[in-house]
Unconditional design. Sequence first.
Length: 402
Amino acid sequence: MSFFYNASGKNNDYEINMVNIENSYAQDNSGLSINDTQNSSYGSEFKHPPGVLAIYIIAYSTAFLFALFGNLVVIVVVLKYKWMHTVTNFFIVNLAIADILVAIFCVPITLLTHIFIEWRYGAVMCKVTPYLQAVSVCASVNTLAAIAVDRYLAICYTFNYKMKWKTSKCIMFAIWIFSLIISIPMALFYQRYVQSGSLLYVCGENWENKFLEKIYFVGICICCYAVPLVLIIICYSLIGFRVWNRNAPGVYKSNGVIHKSKVKAVKMLTVVVVLFLFSWLPLYIIKFLIYFQMDEYDNLDFVRLLNNYIVPIAQWLGLSNSGINPIIYCLFSRKIRIRIKMMVKCCRYRFYDDNAALEINKQTKRFSSTRYFSVDYTNGQVVLRPHKHRKSGSKKQTNIYD
């Protein structure tokens, strides 16, 4: 959201004013008169030379594609196979939905603000876009924390814990309501206006009370970064300690199997925590310095360096976290990799069944969780021949993280 991944809480105040530097959305163009802008070697529209723009476009487009299509695959895999309809997996679907919203509402606008000098998207979009960005990022981060708590309870209290569907739905509903409410100031205080000293439209926050603005920033940091991060670290640390020091429930086949399960679990949890921490930490540090340490900073070269290069990289790291989660699932879950391959084969042979999984080998194929088919290839056409029905309930429910 704009509060997280802009140079400051103010989207588009282009005036370089060190007293109000935290109000700037893109200070690299701050202080430029309209004539300076028109005479810029980059053209009157663009902030950067073509080489820098190309790098930003490639980087942000890659983050967008991974976040959008990666999370779409996760949603389809979970919803397609009924035996994957577990509470944990639907938390992951909720996370994937939030990450898709991040991809749609955060990545493109962030990229465009690093490409163009002027805000071109109207007064309504000036209010709607930051609000939706704030909602999606906050929901994504807090859903990740909810998954960590669910995994901790499920692993460390295996025989006593079983979250009900009603409870999980209430938690997901509460996450979205909380995100919608806490992001309201983004819509209230963002305004489109004409930059003083030029004819450029800009979009930025307009807080009359600077103290309240800083309080809101601190509150966002606590609710949408610090608290989720603490929960994630605590839960995954306890899970790692439990798995490493005790045999995981149901894993007693051999010492080799136990050892591999421990190593795999610890690796995955470490990756989740580290990526979450370092994806968002640089941007929060930058924004904290802007809000509390740079009111009297007068090094204009550093300000331009910060907003032209450091901030865009930090923003890209934070947004990329939305596309990293599906990659983690694929790397650490053989089941997810298998289901993706099955879906690819489904698309290749154009066999669709809303309630089943499709596995195509060469001769005998299982087309669903309840039906068997033989596949005969004749003159380039595929003929399905049904076999006996299987008993329902033969598939055991499983989680993506299992």
